[in-house]
Design a protein around this ligand. Sequence first.
Ligand SMILES: *Cc1c(COP(=O)(O)O)cnc(C)c1O
Length: 396
Amino acid sequence: MSDNDHTPKTIGPNTQLVRAGYDPFDYHGFINPPVVRASTVLFPDAKAMETHSQKYTYATRGTPTTDALCQAVNELEGAAGTIIVPSGLAAVTLAFLAYLGPGDHALVVDSVYGNVRHFCDTMLKRFGVEVEYYHPSIGAGIESLLKPNTRLVHLEAPGSNTFEMQDVPAIAAAAHRQGAVVTMDNTWATPLFFRPLDFGVDISIQGSTKYPAGHADILLGTVSANAAHWKRLRQANGALGICGAADDAYQVLRGLRTMGVRLERHQASALEIAQWLEDRGDVARVLHPALPSFPGHDLWKRDFKGASGVFSFVLAVARKEDFGRKAQAFLDALSLFGLGYSWGGFPSLALHVNLDERQILQAPTEGPVLRLHIGLEDVADLKADLEKGFAAAQAI
Ligand SMILES: *Cc1c(COP(=O)(O)O)cnc(C)c1O
């Protein structure tokens, strides 16, 4: 945990990524911060212990390593304070636990990350919170869903797996008139391509597991709050004792230093492949916000500075009963794309999206939805790999 002053930065985003969070001369000039593995912190005397008159008191409340990451994320998000937690999922659930209580009503976008839906439908329900899902394109129309007890409105844009965009400022303004806190899962864009707090969001959530870590080897999440909501978030973090480890925080800070150049490549390669897919007869639709053909493109263009490397496409399959086996044939023919969950690391990944749990949004009818994460390989090789998938799907 760290409440550091946020001073407006006039430097460019890549300069910021290189410098944010840590001054080498805080630790003898070494470029990277030390990895402080700790539980106990010693006090020099009993009075210091009783008054907690020193910066660090116990490692659940932060260490120089976790503080360096929190401070870097504060700078990138324009936040008053940031906490780190052991996964992206924990970042969302902790934010919900911080602001919701029995009898509250929460509005959650229907394209939400699936494990968050599970948390809402099980644990939040058990704790007496009523969760209602809303259409991602609702915009200012969210007004009609707000109730006197609506305490929290959760956004995720683009939405998981199908990438629907949301009118963030319109939704935030309506939610605030009702006194609700606005939380947003910004994992797809990272603060490099979208800064939720600048658009009226109160709490910005990152699955640091994805692009910040960047190497498919770390689980971590961050929750960043504006000044009005920081105190309560910090208290919830302290009450729950859900904190990130120093080694993981170190690796994510290290990942941030190169995130700008990695994202540039993910963005360019994914867009090239998305455009190539769009021109194919065996693809029904490409779900990528940076394509002008995509329904939410105007919102993306208005508010976002870039696009990351994960998107989906709908394989054109005539009969619904063939969706599953055609999708499997496609995926099994790939060798450069791995079949696995998550994204944001250096290797490309693919999976068949399951949309069964959606309550409002309809799954595409033209064929199965396949999600691709475009990694750092050469685009020509990835296209050749996908060609094998199309051929295999065609052949059965
Ligand atoms: C992956 C993901 C998460 C969860 O991150 P983990 O670290 O894997 O728990 C949360 N939100 C979104 C949008 C994600 O894609």
